[in-house]
Design a protein around this ligand. Sequence first.
Ligand SMILES: [Zn+2]
Length: 230
Amino acid sequence: MNVPDAVHPLPVELESDGETRRFWPCAVETDRGLVLVDAGFAHTADQLEAGLAEAGFDLSDVHLAFLTHQDGDHVGGLAHVVSETGAVVVASERAARVVDGSEPPRGSDSGDDRYEPVAVDVALGGEATLDTRAGPARVVPTPGHTPGHVSLYFEAASFLLAGDAVTAADGELNGPDPTFTEEMDEALASVRTLSELDISRTLCYHGGFAAAGSDRMAAIVADADADIRR
Ligand SMILES: [Zn+2]
């Protein structure tokens, strides 16, 4: 998997309806420790820790938890991480209201009910940049899957941590999953925004890594436009 050296995918698995589903949180090295990007479910916490250990880290290395959005498959494991590490929690303003318990989570991917709420330390109203060992990671608003969804763009590495803005399957990059996307038009507009960046490799929370980026995203948007005209 050709992700930047400082990025450590931490796949976790869950059995549901007799199927094994895999999810892709990851950790990004910084000079101050790890940024955890999404946290999996409460009951995949041990897998997350095992993944960190395999990458040569410990849960206590996490100093910041960054959320792409508020769905339970991304946030359910956060309370454990924060109680163990005291990590600073960063999320978009829209996501923060759900993460902190002010608003209920939607009937999401996870099918989960209310996960344990966690206080959000930094609620982002727009773009921001995190300093990492894979270069600056720009927070790019990519609404559609949820209103406050964000992705992380590593320009120096031509790399995107997509969250759920796009998906992957068997190494192929695909568009947002219509079943779980609140506003498909908005989600496709976000894919268009991403297609204008310089991305050649993408890690999706659903489907994992794809050696593809801007060009494929432009094609996804063009296909969707063609479908609308048809
Ligand atoms: Zn998801």
